[in-house]
Design a protein around this ligand. Structure first.
Ligand code: MG
Ligand code: MG
Length: 265
Protein backbone atom coordinates (compact mmCIF):
# COMPACT_ATOMS: atom_id res chain seq x y z
CA UNK A 1 0.00 0.00 0.00
CA UNK A 2 1.31 3.42 -0.97
CA UNK A 3 0.91 6.15 1.68
CA UNK A 4 0.57 9.68 0.31
CA UNK A 5 2.13 12.24 2.66
CA UNK A 6 0.73 15.59 3.68
CA UNK A 7 2.90 18.70 3.38
CA UNK A 8 3.47 18.61 7.15
CA UNK A 9 4.64 15.00 6.93
CA UNK A 10 6.91 15.86 4.00
CA UNK A 11 8.55 18.59 6.12
CA UNK A 12 9.25 16.02 8.85
CA UNK A 13 10.72 13.69 6.21
CA UNK A 14 12.87 16.59 5.01
CA UNK A 15 14.23 17.19 8.53
CA UNK A 16 15.22 13.53 8.89
CA UNK A 17 16.78 13.52 5.41
CA UNK A 18 18.72 16.74 6.00
CA UNK A 19 20.21 15.09 9.08
CA UNK A 20 21.38 12.23 6.83
CA UNK A 21 23.06 14.81 4.57
CA UNK A 22 24.76 16.45 7.55
CA UNK A 23 25.86 13.05 8.84
CA UNK A 24 27.38 12.15 5.48
CA UNK A 25 29.22 15.49 5.58
CA UNK A 26 30.79 14.41 8.89
CA UNK A 27 31.83 11.20 7.10
CA UNK A 28 33.19 13.25 4.18
CA UNK A 29 35.50 15.13 6.56
CA UNK A 30 37.14 11.82 7.54
CA UNK A 31 37.56 10.16 4.14
CA UNK A 32 41.27 9.61 3.46
CA UNK A 33 43.68 6.69 3.11
CA UNK A 34 44.14 4.91 6.45
CA UNK A 35 40.70 5.57 7.94
CA UNK A 36 38.55 2.52 8.63
CA UNK A 37 34.87 2.22 7.85
CA UNK A 38 34.29 1.35 11.51
CA UNK A 39 35.70 4.78 12.45
CA UNK A 40 33.30 6.40 9.98
CA UNK A 41 30.45 4.40 11.45
CA UNK A 42 31.21 5.45 15.04
CA UNK A 43 31.27 9.15 14.18
CA UNK A 44 28.04 8.83 12.18
CA UNK A 45 26.21 7.05 14.99
CA UNK A 46 27.30 9.64 17.58
CA UNK A 47 26.32 12.52 15.29
CA UNK A 48 22.86 11.06 14.61
CA UNK A 49 22.18 10.37 18.30
CA UNK A 50 23.53 13.80 19.35
CA UNK A 51 20.94 15.29 17.01
CA UNK A 52 18.09 13.45 18.69
CA UNK A 53 17.64 10.80 16.01
CA UNK A 54 18.12 7.04 15.73
CA UNK A 55 20.22 5.24 13.09
CA UNK A 56 17.61 3.16 11.25
CA UNK A 57 20.00 0.65 9.71
CA UNK A 58 21.35 -0.53 13.07
CA UNK A 59 19.55 -3.75 13.98
CA UNK A 60 17.57 -3.86 10.73
CA UNK A 61 17.14 -7.55 9.84
CA UNK A 62 18.12 -9.15 6.53
CA UNK A 63 15.94 -11.95 5.06
CA UNK A 64 17.88 -14.43 7.23
CA UNK A 65 16.93 -12.55 10.41
CA UNK A 66 20.46 -11.25 11.06
CA UNK A 67 20.45 -7.67 12.41
CA UNK A 68 22.66 -5.16 10.57
CA UNK A 69 25.48 -4.27 12.98
CA UNK A 70 26.28 -0.74 11.76
CA UNK A 71 24.84 2.74 11.43
CA UNK A 72 26.24 3.06 7.91
CA UNK A 73 26.42 0.67 5.01
CA UNK A 74 29.98 1.06 3.74
CA UNK A 75 30.63 -0.65 0.42
CA UNK A 76 34.18 -0.50 -0.94
CA UNK A 77 35.17 -0.85 -4.62
CA UNK A 78 33.44 -4.00 -5.98
CA UNK A 79 30.97 -3.96 -3.10
CA UNK A 80 27.66 -2.54 -4.33
CA UNK A 81 25.53 -2.08 -1.21
CA UNK A 82 25.08 -3.28 2.38
CA UNK A 83 28.79 -3.52 3.25
CA UNK A 84 29.41 -3.87 6.99
CA UNK A 85 31.78 -1.34 8.61
CA UNK A 86 35.07 -3.03 9.57
CA UNK A 87 38.68 -2.43 10.61
CA UNK A 88 40.27 -2.57 7.16
CA UNK A 89 41.85 0.83 6.38
CA UNK A 90 40.73 2.52 3.17
CA UNK A 91 43.53 2.81 0.60
CA UNK A 92 44.51 5.47 -1.89
CA UNK A 93 42.50 4.75 -5.06
CA UNK A 94 39.54 3.10 -3.32
CA UNK A 95 35.96 4.23 -3.62
CA UNK A 96 33.48 3.81 -0.77
CA UNK A 97 29.72 4.04 -1.06
CA UNK A 98 28.25 5.25 2.22
CA UNK A 99 24.53 4.76 2.77
CA UNK A 100 22.92 6.29 5.87
CA UNK A 101 19.45 6.13 7.40
CA UNK A 102 17.90 8.10 10.26
CA UNK A 103 14.62 8.04 12.17
CA UNK A 104 13.58 11.39 13.65
CA UNK A 105 10.19 12.79 14.72
CA UNK A 106 8.54 9.65 13.39
CA UNK A 107 9.97 9.80 9.87
CA UNK A 108 12.87 8.18 8.04
CA UNK A 109 15.78 9.66 6.15
CA UNK A 110 17.74 7.66 3.56
CA UNK A 111 20.53 8.88 1.30
CA UNK A 112 23.84 7.59 -0.09
CA UNK A 113 26.97 9.01 -1.69
CA UNK A 114 30.05 7.35 -3.20
CA UNK A 115 33.35 8.91 -2.12
CA UNK A 116 36.81 8.79 -3.69
CA UNK A 117 39.70 7.94 -1.38
CA UNK A 118 42.77 9.84 -2.58
CA UNK A 119 43.50 9.54 -6.30
CA UNK A 120 41.00 7.30 -8.08
CA UNK A 121 41.31 5.89 -11.62
CA UNK A 122 39.63 8.16 -14.20
CA UNK A 123 37.31 5.39 -15.44
CA UNK A 124 36.07 4.91 -11.89
CA UNK A 125 35.55 8.64 -11.35
CA UNK A 126 33.54 8.63 -14.60
CA UNK A 127 31.37 5.81 -13.21
CA UNK A 128 30.66 7.85 -10.08
CA UNK A 129 29.75 10.97 -12.07
CA UNK A 130 27.45 8.95 -14.34
CA UNK A 131 25.73 7.27 -11.39
CA UNK A 132 25.07 10.62 -9.73
CA UNK A 133 23.82 12.08 -13.00
CA UNK A 134 21.58 9.03 -13.54
CA UNK A 135 20.05 9.66 -10.11
CA UNK A 136 19.08 13.17 -11.20
CA UNK A 137 17.73 11.84 -14.51
CA UNK A 138 15.49 9.56 -12.46
CA UNK A 139 14.46 12.39 -10.15
CA UNK A 140 13.42 14.52 -13.16
CA UNK A 141 10.73 11.90 -13.74
CA UNK A 142 9.45 11.74 -10.16
CA UNK A 143 6.60 14.12 -10.93
CA UNK A 144 2.83 13.96 -10.64
CA UNK A 145 1.26 12.24 -13.65
CA UNK A 146 4.33 10.26 -14.75
CA UNK A 147 4.72 6.57 -14.03
CA UNK A 148 7.19 4.58 -11.99
CA UNK A 149 8.64 3.05 -15.17
CA UNK A 150 9.64 6.52 -16.35
CA UNK A 151 12.08 6.81 -13.44
CA UNK A 152 13.66 3.43 -14.13
CA UNK A 153 13.75 4.04 -17.86
CA UNK A 154 15.60 7.34 -17.36
CA UNK A 155 18.22 5.77 -15.09
CA UNK A 156 18.67 2.66 -17.21
CA UNK A 157 18.97 4.36 -20.59
CA UNK A 158 21.44 6.95 -19.27
CA UNK A 159 23.70 4.26 -17.79
CA UNK A 160 23.43 1.59 -20.48
CA UNK A 161 24.18 4.17 -23.19
CA UNK A 162 27.55 4.50 -21.43
CA UNK A 163 28.01 0.70 -21.24
CA UNK A 164 27.57 0.55 -17.48
CA UNK A 165 25.64 -2.22 -15.73
CA UNK A 166 22.38 -1.47 -13.91
CA UNK A 167 21.86 -3.66 -10.85
CA UNK A 168 18.33 -5.09 -10.86
CA UNK A 169 18.12 -7.22 -7.74
CA UNK A 170 18.14 -4.19 -5.43
CA UNK A 171 15.87 -1.21 -5.96
CA UNK A 172 14.68 2.05 -4.46
CA UNK A 173 11.51 2.26 -2.39
CA UNK A 174 8.76 4.30 -0.90
CA UNK A 175 9.75 5.95 2.38
CA UNK A 176 7.91 7.56 5.27
CA UNK A 177 7.23 6.31 8.77
CA UNK A 178 8.90 3.09 7.60
CA UNK A 179 12.27 3.00 5.85
CA UNK A 180 10.96 0.66 3.17
CA UNK A 181 7.40 1.31 1.99
CA UNK A 182 5.65 0.60 -1.29
CA UNK A 183 6.28 1.02 -4.14
CA UNK A 184 9.54 -0.64 -5.17
CA UNK A 185 11.47 1.79 -7.41
CA UNK A 186 13.58 -0.16 -9.93
CA UNK A 187 16.48 1.46 -11.78
CA UNK A 188 15.25 -0.08 -15.02
CA UNK A 189 11.89 -0.02 -16.72
CA UNK A 190 9.69 0.86 -19.63
CA UNK A 191 8.60 4.39 -20.32
CA UNK A 192 4.95 5.02 -19.41
CA UNK A 193 4.59 1.75 -17.48
CA UNK A 194 3.86 0.95 -13.86
CA UNK A 195 2.29 2.80 -10.95
CA UNK A 196 0.98 6.30 -11.61
CA UNK A 197 2.98 8.85 -9.62
CA UNK A 198 0.93 11.19 -7.46
CA UNK A 199 1.61 14.29 -5.37
CA UNK A 200 2.62 13.26 -1.86
CA UNK A 201 4.36 10.01 -2.80
CA UNK A 202 7.80 9.94 -1.21
CA UNK A 203 10.44 7.80 -2.87
CA UNK A 204 14.06 6.84 -2.26
CA UNK A 205 15.66 6.69 -5.70
CA UNK A 206 19.00 4.91 -5.63
CA UNK A 207 20.83 3.76 -8.75
CA UNK A 208 23.43 1.03 -8.14
CA UNK A 209 25.64 1.07 -11.24
CA UNK A 210 28.58 -1.14 -12.21
CA UNK A 211 31.67 -0.58 -14.31
CA UNK A 212 31.39 -4.08 -15.78
CA UNK A 213 28.65 -6.68 -15.79
CA UNK A 214 25.51 -5.98 -13.75
CA UNK A 215 25.52 -9.40 -12.08
CA UNK A 216 25.96 -9.46 -8.31
CA UNK A 217 26.64 -12.01 -5.57
CA UNK A 218 26.17 -12.00 -1.81
CA UNK A 219 29.21 -12.44 0.43
CA UNK A 220 29.14 -15.14 3.14
CA UNK A 221 28.36 -12.45 5.77
CA UNK A 222 24.81 -12.50 4.23
CA UNK A 223 24.83 -8.72 3.96
CA UNK A 224 27.52 -7.48 1.58
CA UNK A 225 26.52 -7.42 -2.08
CA UNK A 226 29.40 -7.27 -4.58
CA UNK A 227 29.77 -7.43 -8.33
CA UNK A 228 30.35 -10.94 -9.63
CA UNK A 229 33.21 -9.74 -11.88
CA UNK A 230 34.71 -7.70 -9.00
CA UNK A 231 34.66 -4.49 -11.01
CA UNK A 232 33.72 -1.30 -9.15
CA UNK A 233 30.17 -0.22 -8.38
CA UNK A 234 28.73 3.16 -7.39
CA UNK A 235 25.60 4.09 -5.40
CA UNK A 236 23.95 7.48 -5.03
CA UNK A 237 20.57 7.94 -3.33
CA UNK A 238 18.17 10.78 -2.66
CA UNK A 239 14.78 10.77 -0.94
CA UNK A 240 12.29 12.85 -2.94
CA UNK A 241 8.67 13.92 -2.72
CA UNK A 242 6.60 13.71 -5.90
CA UNK A 243 5.11 17.11 -6.76
CA UNK A 244 3.41 18.63 -9.79
CA UNK A 245 5.97 19.83 -12.32
CA UNK A 246 9.16 19.10 -10.39
CA UNK A 247 10.26 16.66 -7.71
CA UNK A 248 11.15 18.02 -4.29
CA UNK A 249 14.51 16.56 -3.20
CA UNK A 250 14.26 16.10 0.57
CA UNK A 251 17.81 14.85 1.19
CA UNK A 252 20.85 16.94 0.25
CA UNK A 253 24.40 16.47 -1.03
CA UNK A 254 25.17 20.15 -0.39
CA UNK A 255 26.66 19.58 3.08
CA UNK A 256 28.86 16.77 1.71
CA UNK A 257 30.00 18.76 -1.29
CA UNK A 258 30.85 21.83 0.79
CA UNK A 259 33.30 19.56 2.63
CA UNK A 260 34.64 17.91 -0.52
CA UNK A 261 35.10 21.19 -2.45
CA UNK A 262 36.61 20.50 -5.87
CA UNK A 263 36.78 16.77 -5.00
CA UNK A 264 32.97 16.53 -5.14
CA UNK A 265 31.67 14.10 -7.75
MG1 MG B 1 19.94 4.05 1.54
MG1 MG C 1 17.15 3.31 0.30
Amino acid sequence: MIFLKTDDEIELLRQSNLLVGRTLAEVAKMIKPGVTTRQLDKVAEEFIRDNGAIPTFKGFPNPFGDPFPGTLCTSVNEQVVHGIPNDIPLKDGDIVSVDCGTFMNGFCGDSAYTFCVGEVAPETVALLKATKEALYKGIENAVHGKRLGDIGYAVQTYCEARSYGVVREFVGHGIGKEMHEDPAVPNYGRRGSGTLLKKGMCLAIEPMITLGDRKIVMEPDKWTIRTRDRKCAAHFEHTVAVRAGKADILSSFDFIEQVLGDKAI
